[in-house]
Write a protein that binds this ligand. Structure first.
Ligand SMILES: Nc1ncnc2c1ncn2[C@@H]1O[C@H](COP(=O)(O)OP(=O)(O)O)[C@@H](O)[C@H]1O
Ligand SMILES: [Mg+2]
Length: 436
């Protein structure tokens, strides 16, 4: 495997090497699975780099938030609905399945469609976009490569009717019940590069598969403590908006400093990652909500407002004080450029604001994708969604960074039985992929 030299930091573990070989040496459809921090986004970055993969690609994501999170300097992700111009519905009625003349060039010249956060794409949506691609391309297949973690949050289905429809027609709401999945090779990335503590990683992996042992529960439940014992600079993660709003309001009110407000500038962009009217106070606990690799802060980093400057806001964090500048989030579209023969992303909307929000507490749903140093997890009266417990637990880097408001019980681990069956099945097929 020859990687461009700028990727010399990448460790080619067995599974990653297999994936990169499939990508470069075959034209097979591919499904890359794995926990948080195993290198899925890194692989998408390689696929988006013509030095590694010299084909027209588009990266798309199920939601606006996931598209913003997936986008970097090198990756410009669009939502699936916007790319295919679908109405904002989870199950698309057949009479809304239309091709558009002005999108023909784009899809005819698309070599590979990449989908991130595939766990949130439902079986019907995946089936329908494959149908549309076929329409645009007169049956000539597009390569499809998907990435995700089925143990994290499942597709949102708004009504019981939709749920029943997906169960009846496809077998379940999950993407792997769409027919195109049968054409995909499946590789599971196993080595986690994000968390540091290896014992904790193994425990998390068992929670991910709903295979945690009594000992695992005991170790995790050793972290039950009063919040005052856990100390400052922790994010309180709860399950309901009620609890989260209560804590944020209460803590902000305790702070005697005056409010300072910053107004954002928005153009064709929603949902907003931080409030349009951003109310802050000196010394308030905040989360930085953007990555800046060169300066050293990242999405999810907690700190306190240290100083308001003329054009920047100083935030004191565990890694030092950062002068945060206003940030621009972009929303992207894609077009085919006849001259170069390449598909290019272009901006169709933006939002400018400081990448900062008051963050004493956050719901577990909103922690998806974040890496936290210190988290106090309150499971309140119990989890209510597939993947909720695992998604929350896997945000912290170490066991020491975790505090629990109450003990975790087996009933809190709500991995759907459909997902567990799926893992059993791919464990068998993975072995066959391994031997090819
Ligand atoms: N094989 C690897 N070698 C070196 N670093 C890696 C490797 N895989 C992932 N990383 C690093 O680990 C972190 C998490 O990877 P990422 O691709 O964001 O994970 P995922 O998308 O699966 O959650 C990133 O900083 C990434 O650069
Ligand atoms: Mg990722």
């Amino acid at each position: 495997m020859n990687l461009p030299s700028k990727y010399s930091f990448i460790e080619l573990n067995t599974e990653l090497e297999k994936i990169l070989n499939i990508i470069q040496d075959t034209n097979d459809n591919l499904c890359v699975l794995g926990a948080a921090g195993v290198g899925k986004s890194l692989t998408i970055q390689l696929l988006s780099d013509r030095e590694f993969y010299n084909h027209n690609t588009i990266v798309c994501c199920p939601t606006g938030i996931s598209a913003v999170n997936a986008s970097t300097d090198n990756i410009k992700a669009q939502t699936i609905h916007s790319l295919f111009r679908l109405p904002p519905m989870s199950v698309i009625p057949v009479d809304h399945l239309k091709t558009h003349n002005d999108l023909e060039d784009l899809f005819v010249n698309l070599h590979t469609l990449i989908i991130d956060e595939i766990s949130m794409v439902n079986s019907d949506l995946l089936t329908k976009i494959v149908y549309l691609l076929n329409q645009y391309r007169g049956g000539e297949p597009t390569r499809i490569i998907v990435f995700g973690d089925p143990s994290q949050l499942a597709p949102v289905v708004s009504t019981v009717e939709e749920q029943n429809y997906l169960d009846d027609i496809y077998g379940s709401r999950f993407f792997f019940h769409s027919e195109v999945f049968t054409s995909m090779r499946v590789v599971h990335l196993n080595k986690i590069y994000r968390q540091s503590d290896s014992g904790f990683k193994e425990i998390l992996n068992r929670f991910r598969m709903d295979r945690a042992t009594d000992k695992d529960y005991k170790v995790i439940n050793g972290r039950v403590m009063d919040i005052s014992e856990f100390g400052n600079n922790a994010l309180y993660v709860a399950l309901t908006n009620n609890t989260v709003n209560l804590i944020n309001d209460r803590e902000l009110q305790k702070n005697p400093n005056p409010f300072k407000v910053y107004h954002g500038e928005v153009s064709n962009f929603h949902p907003l990652p931080v409030p349009k009217d951003l109310y802050l106070k000196l010394d308030a606990q905040v989360m930085i909500t953007a990555n800046n690799k060169s300066v050293g802060y990242y999405n999810g980093l907690l700190g306190r407002i240290h100083k308001f400057n003329k054009d920047t806001i100083d935030v004191a964090t565990e890694y030092g004080v950062f002068s945060i500048e206003p940030y621009k989030w972009s929303k992207y579209g894609h077009e085919y450029d006849k001259g170069s023969g390449e598909i290019k992303a272009y901006e169709i909307g933006y939002y400018k604001q400081f990448p900062i929000k008051v963050a004493y507490a956050l719901t577990s749903h909103k922690t998806q994708g974040l890496t936290l140093d210190k988290m106090y997890l309150d499971l309140e009266r119990g989890t209510f969604a597939s993947g909720q417990l695992y998604t929350s637990l896997s945000r912290v880097r170490s066991l020491e960074g975790l505090g629990l408001a109450r003990s975790i019980h087996k009933r809190d681990s709500k991995i759907s039985s459909v997902i567990k069956k799926f893992y059993k099945k791919i464990e068998k097929t993975e072995k066959s992929v391994r031997s090819t």
